[in-house]
Design a protein around this ligand. Structure first.
Ligand SMILES: C[S@@+](CC[C@H](N)C(=O)[O-])C[C@H]1O[C@@H](n2cnc3c(N)ncnc32)[C@H](O)[C@@H]1O
Length: 396
């Protein structure tokens, strides 16, 4: 790539902006091609200038990789107190300040990720109205775009290359699927997540649901169905009827696809609802997003639960939806506690305010690679994480 000698002229006649992750269009966009050096591109991207690619598609990918390397060179800010937390257990007096420092660390980390995403999102590509890409050596991404965005509307647009590659990643996951050993033997144990739907990548919580004794097999509610993995698991365990809810239509479509393929759909009724369906059940299962933070885009609603809205809603409404002797199963990691975002006292307070009592708790340590990654800025919290299945009943 050669260097550009002059500051590029901003483009005025631009196609409409498309961003599923909710980021606004760059305020200034310039034409970019194979003559642009990675350093110039990085400087422009850091300033918030969009680079509408006109050259070879593969070179655009290489440019994005070069920008990613530059963005990763930036030092990460980690608070000193969080480092101190790694050194050993806190005394009572320091607990509150450690929690505040851990929370600050988490917010700084998210801020840095957000800034990095904004910079890397400045490499833009044009997209035709039928989702073809009018660039040399461009791949055919029509299927990936249709899966994520729905059928093409015929309107051309521009989109960030990073988002487009994210759609390709989601398409590959959907095609390949995730093997869920708790669902039985291959090949009928794969869950295929759709774009924007929470992927059950962490098998340990599924093992908790697969092994905890069922209070009753007649009926269960699955609150926040996502891919449908928990409904499939409960059906496999012999629960005769399951009513599963989600707010997100994408999740409901995804769950329907998975449950059909796994031949469990005859047992499951899918309902678009805020938390609970009508009525009561002897088992009500919920795996809310584990981190109480503001989602930075619509597709993050499955990962972040702002102000613990779903968790608190589940705990305050559960009692009214439990049959006599029924059990609520809350699946929750304590990562938020180690990140200083929620205290154990708050969780226990919400349980008791909901007229609930803890019947038992099964704990498991995470097995995923991040838990052992000492270079992860959130390592101190992740290293202590425990995921639990809380068995809750109504106070007599
Ligand atoms: C962490 S995911 C869990 C998905 C799935 N149950 C699992 O265990 O893999 C949480 C799900 O709850 C859904 N959700 C969030 N708020 C909700 C609400 N108020 N009512 C129903 N579903 C909700 C999200 O769309 C998401 O699919």
């Amino acid at each position: 790539m050669r260097r550009m000698s002059q500051a590029p002229e901003p483009l005025t006649d631009l196609p409409p902006w498309r961003a599923e992750n909710g980021t606004p269009a760059p305020r200034r966009v310039v034409r970019a091609d194979d003559t642009l050096s990675a350093d110039s591109a990085y400087r422009l991207a850091c300033e918030g200038t969009g680079l509408l690619w006109q050259g070879d598609f593969h070179n655009a990918r290489q440019l994005l990789q070069a920008l990613t390397r530059r963005a990763e060179r930036k030092p990460r800010k980690i608070s000193k107190i969080s480092k101190a937390e790694e050194a050993g257990p806190a005394t009572h007096a320091t607990t509150a300040s450690l929690a505040a420092a851990a929370a600050q660390n988490f917010h700084l980390h998210r801020q840095a990720l957000g800034q990095r995403a904004r910079t890397l999102g400045m490499v833009l590509v044009p997209l035709n109205g039928d989702y073809t890409i009018p660039l040399r050596r461009a791949p055919d991404l029509r299927q990936a775009c249709t899966e994520a965005w729905g059928p093409a509307t015929g309107e051309a647009c521009m989109v960030s290359l990073r988002e487009l590659l994210g759609l390709v990643g989601a398409h590959e996951w959907r095609k390949k699927g995730l093997e869920i050993t708790a669902l039985g033997d291959a090949p009928n144990n794969r869950i295929r997540p759709h774009y924007g739907v929470f992927s059950p990548l962490r098998g340990e919580y599924l093992d908790l649901v697969a092994t905890t004794a069922l209070p009753n097999k007649t009926l269960a509610f699955d609150i926040g169905v996502g891919t449908g993995v928990l409904s499939a698991l409960l059906a496999k365990r012999g629960v005769q009827r399951i009513v599963a809810t989600d707010l997100d239509p994408r999740a409901l479509t995804c769950a329907r696809d998975n449950l059909k393929r796994l031949q469990r759909i005859d047992k499951v009724e899918l309902v678009q609802a805020d938390l609970f369906p009508e009525g009561q059940a002897p088992l009500v299962v919920c795996n809310p997003p584990w981190v109480p933070a503001r989602p930075s885009s619509p597709i993050e609603h499955a990962v972040y639960d702002e102000d613990s809205r779903m968790l608190r809603g589940f705990l305050s409404g559960l009692r009214a939806h439990l049959s006599p002797q029924g059990e609520g199963w809350l699946i929750l990691s304590d990562l938020a506690e180690h990140l200083g975002l929620r205290s154990r006292e708050a969780l226990l307070g919400w349980i008791s305010e909901g007229g609930l009592t803890v019947l038992g708790r099964h704990d498991v340590r995470p097995r995923h690679g991040k838990a052992a990654d000492t270079t992860d800025p959130l390592h101190a919290a992740r290293a202590q994480e425990v995921t639990s299945l809380w068995r809750l009943g109504s106070v007599a």
